[in-house]
Design a protein. Structure first.
Length: 117
């Protein structure tokens, strides 16, 4: 069993080394940097940072609207208590989802930082 694992690990190691050599032999540094430039916000592209920022603003806007509805019910200018509570729950769930996405991204970033090259 240990010999089988050793053979599998050796095969995987040689595949990783050949992939690393292929990446090192990339023709031209500009081609290797081009995808990163697209993520950095080149005109006409929407990167992850922009998408996350838009999601953050959308969640904030939901929270503001829910707060306004709850305040209107508190003031007596609206009698839509159910609508206010639904808006509040939607905002809460949106925030929870945003935090889960942030936690997953931070975990992935930590994994990338810990990679041994």
């Amino acid at each position: 069993m240990a010999q089988e694992w050793g053979a599998q690990i050796g095969a995987e190691l040689s595949r990783i080394q050949s992939d690393a050599r292929a990446l090192g032999d990339a023709s031209g540094a500009a081609e290797a940097i081009a995808p990163a430039a697209a993520l950095a916000g080149e005109p006409g592209t929407a990167g992850f940072a922009d998408s996350f920022k838009n999601a953050l603003y959308a969640v904030n806007q939901q929270d503001v609207q829910a707060g306004e509805k709850v305040a209107a019910v508190d003031n007596g200018s609206s009698d839509d208590l159910v609508g206010a509570m639904l808006a509040s729950q939607e905002a809460s769930l949106s925030f929870s989802m945003l935090m889960q996405v942030r936690n997953k991204v931070m975990g992935a970033l930590d994994d990338v930082i810990k990679l041994q090259l």
